[in-house]
Design a protein around this ligand. Structure first.
Ligand code: NAD
Ligand code: DAU
Length: 349
C-alpha cells in the first residue's frame, strides 16, 4: 500500500500519469493535487474519477500553509510533482507566475516533505518531473545528456532549472530521497491547444491560419505522452535516490516539417483535397530567445531500465489527430472563455 500525491494531475502529462497509476496499481492510493488553472481540467480524468483508489484535492502549491497541512493530514509515502506553469510564451509575458508556481511551489513541497518525513527519508520518495529545456539549446550536432550543463534561456526554463537545483539541494543537504527526470516535448491526447501540435490541429480543423514562428527551422524531439508516463512509472519505482534521467523520443523534427506532415494527415482525415491545409501555414514573428534545437540522449534510461519509446511518430501523430477529431466537446470547452483572450493577445497583437 502506497499513498502518492501527484501534483498537476489535471494537466496534460499529469492526467496520463494519474490514469496510469490508478489503473496499474489498484493497491495504491492516488491523490491528485491541482489548482485547476486554465491548464487543469478534471474532464481529462473522467474515466478514473470514480475509481476507489483515486481522490482529487483542489489546492495551490504556492500556499505553504495549505501544503504543510495537507502533508500532515495525509502523511503520503511519495510525491510525483508535475504541477507547473508550462508554456514558454506565457513565461515571456508573465515571468513572475513561473517563479511562484515552479520555484516557490516546488520549495513548499520540498519543505513539507522534509518536515513530514523526518527520520524516515529512505522509505519515502520525491519525484520531480522536469524538462530538457533546462539544458538550453543545441547547435546542429550533439545531444543533451544528464551531464550537460544547465543553460536555460526562457523564464520558463530558468524557473524549471531553479526548481531542479532545489530538488538536488534537498537531496544533498538533507538526504531527501529525490529523483529528477528531464523530458523532451510530449504530444498526445488532452494536450492544451496553446502548444504547437494541438493548436495547429484546432486551427486546421477550423480553417484558421497555422502560426509558425520565424522560418520554422527550430527542432524539437517529440515523445508520445504515454511513453513519458511509462518512463515515470519505471523511474518512480526503480531509480536510485538522488539520481537524474533524461527521457526523449530520438525523434527530431523541424517545426515546419512537422506542420507539413500534420497538414497531410488532416487533409486525409477531413477528406480535404491534398494541399488544402498547407495553405493555412502562416510564418509569424519569432519567439524571443527561441531555442534552436533540443535532442535528448536517453541512453541511460534505456540501458539501465530497458525503456524505449513504443510508437513511431507518424503513427502517434495520426492517433493524436483522431483523438482531437473525436473529442470535439473537450476541445470546444478548453478553447472557450479565457483561451480566446490569450489567443488574441498572443497572435493578433
Ligand atoms: P500543463 O500546463 O498541461 O499542466 C499543469 C498542471 O499544473 C495543470 O493541471 C495546472 O492546473 C496545475 N497547476 C499549475 N499551477 C499550479 C499550482 N500553483 N498549484 C497546483 N497546481 C497547479 O503541463 P504539462 O505539459 O502537463 O507539464 C507537466 C509537467 O511536465 C511540468 O512540470 C512541465 O514542466 C513538465 N514537462 C512538460 C513537457 C511537455 O512537453 N509538455 C515536457 C517535459 C516536461
Ligand atoms: O522540451 C520540453 C518542453 O516542450 C516542455 O518543457 C514545455 O512545457 C512544453 O511547452 C514544450 O515547450 P516548447 O516551447 O518546445 O513547445 P511549444 O509547443 O510551445 O512549441 C514547440 C515549437 O513550435 C517551438 O519551437 C515553438 C514553435 N511554435 C509554437 C507555437 C505555440 C510555433 O512555431 N508556433 C506556435 O504557435
Amino acid at each position: 500500500m502506497k499513498k502518492i500525491i501527484i501534483t498537476g494531475g489535471a494537466g496534460f502529462i499529469g492526467s496520463h500519469v494519474v490514469r496510469r497509476f490508478v489503473n496499474t496499481y489498484p493497491g495504491y492510493e492516488i491523490i491528485n493535487l491541482d489548482k485547476l488553472t486554465y491548464a487543469g481540467n478534471l474532464a481529462n480524468l473522467r474515466d478514473v474519477e470514480d475509481a476507489p483508489n483515486y481522490r482529487f484535492v483542489k489546492g495551490d502549491i504556492v500556499d505553504a500553509g495549505f501544503i504543510a497541512g495537507l502533508f500532515s493530514r495525509e502523511n503520503p509515502d511519495a510525491v510525483i510533482h508535475l504541477a507547473a506553469e508550462s508554456h514558454v510564451d506565457r513565461s515571456i509575458s508573465s515571468p513572475i507566475d513561473f517563479v511562484m508556481t515552479n520555484v516557490v511551489g516546488t520549495v513548499n513541497l520540498l519543505n513539507a516533505a522534509r518536515n513530514q518525513w523526518k527520520g524516515d527519508y529512505d522509505s519515502k520518495r520525491f519525484y520531480h518531473v522536469s524538462t530538457d529545456e533546462v539544458y538550453g539549446t543545441l547547435g546542429e550536432e550533439g545531444l543533451f545528456t544528464e551531464e550537460t550543463a544547465y543553460d536555460p534561456h526562457s523564464p520558463y526554463s530558468a524557473s524549471k532549472a531553479s526548481s531542479d537545483h532545489f530538488v538536488r539541494a534537498y537531496h544533498d543537504t538533507y538526504g531527501l530521497n529525490t529523483v529528477i527526470s528531464n523530458c523532451s516535448n510530449n504530444y498526445g491526447s488532452y494536450h492544451f491547444p496553446e502548444k504547437l501540435i494541438p493548436l495547429a490541429i484546432n486551427n486546421i480543423k477550423n480553417n484558421k491560419a497555422v502560426p509558425v514562428y520565424g522560418k520554422g527551422e527550430n527542432i524539437r524531439d517529440w515523445l508520445w505522452v504515454e511513453d513519458h508516463a511509462r518512463a515515470i512509472d519505471l523511474l518512480f519505482h526503480k531509480a536510485n535516490p538522488g539520481d537524474t534521467y533524461n527521457i526523449g523520443g530520438h525523434n527530431e523534427w523541424k517545426n515546419i516539417d512537422l506542420i507539413r506532415l500534420l497538414c497531410r494527415i488532416m487533409d486525409k482525415k477531413l477528406d480535404r483535397e491534398e494541399g488544402t491545409s498547407e495553405n493555412l501555414i502562416a510564418f509569424v514573428a519569432d519567439r524571443a530567445g527561441h531555442d534552436l534545437r533540443y535532442a535528448i540522449d536517453s541512453g541511460k534510461l534505456q540501458r539501465e531500465l530497458g525503456w524505449t519509446p513504443s510508437l513511431q511518430f507518424e503513427e502517434g501523430l495520426e492517433k493524436t489527430v483522431d483523438w482531437y477529431l473525436s473529442n470535439e466537446e473537450w476541445l470546444q470547452d478548453v478553447t472557450s472563455g479565457n483561451y480566446q483572450e490569450y489567443y488574441r493577445k498572443q497572435y493578433e497583437g
